[in-house]
Design a protein around this ligand. Sequence first.
Ligand code: SAH
Length: 254
Amino acid sequence: MSGRLFVIGLGPGDARYLTQDAVESLQAADALYGYGPYLDRVPVRDGQSRYPSDNREEGERARAALRYAAEGACVALVSGGDPGVFAMAASVCEEIEAGPPAWRTLDLAIVPGITAMLAAAASAGAPLGHDFCALSLSDNLKPWELIERRLDAAAEAGFVIALYNPVSKARPWQLSHAFALLGRKLPATVPVIFSRAVGRPDESLTVTTLQAAGEVGANMATLIIVGSAETRVVPREGKTPLVYTPRGVAKVMA
Ligand code: SAH
């Protein structure tokens, strides 16, 4: 029997964000691997085994899933959001490249999901209506100096910037540092969106400015979108303002 490995994006939270493809792939799997809290979101099916693991054990988790699939099992490895965005799909590819040749012939399917950036943008309006980029602020896998360089370049280029992994217990100061750095290139009035636990029951949205962004708390479940100089805020009576970036730019700024 030939094994299968699905790398599945669960979307940002609630089951209604699962794609039909994700639902069917989860159903088909004999075994589920993933970070514990993500696995907890998947409904239990009889006869399906579960292998929860810790946040930081991505390489080992990917290898375990690959080994089991290579034995002939139908295995699902789950990620929050999209598996290809700062998540397990790249980890699986790294292990396949470094691993035994047999892993390359496994039946592998990456099942996309709604990434936090898109769910957060939708909850605020259309901040990604024009050119944008996404950065992880985590310096677990890259040096902080590189993050600073990329923030600088992104602001310089006029991109709207989505920030994943804005803070963690091990990284208490980086976010305010990032805002200060962006403040050197961008107007203080640029809109900043804090989208916390989007797609979950405790979801919250805060719209502020770059100048005041340091006063808003963020945690590991927050996705931040820093607007560009073109991003607009439309106040709405009794509602959070609508934040959007117009589709076109009239002229190139000097
Ligand atoms: N693969 C995931 C991202 C993993 S990195 C995806 O595509 O969404 C983890 C970071 O994603 C978190 O620190 C946070 O910045 C963001 N994130 C994930 N789920 C979120 C949610 N429901 N609400 C807001 N941000 C979220």
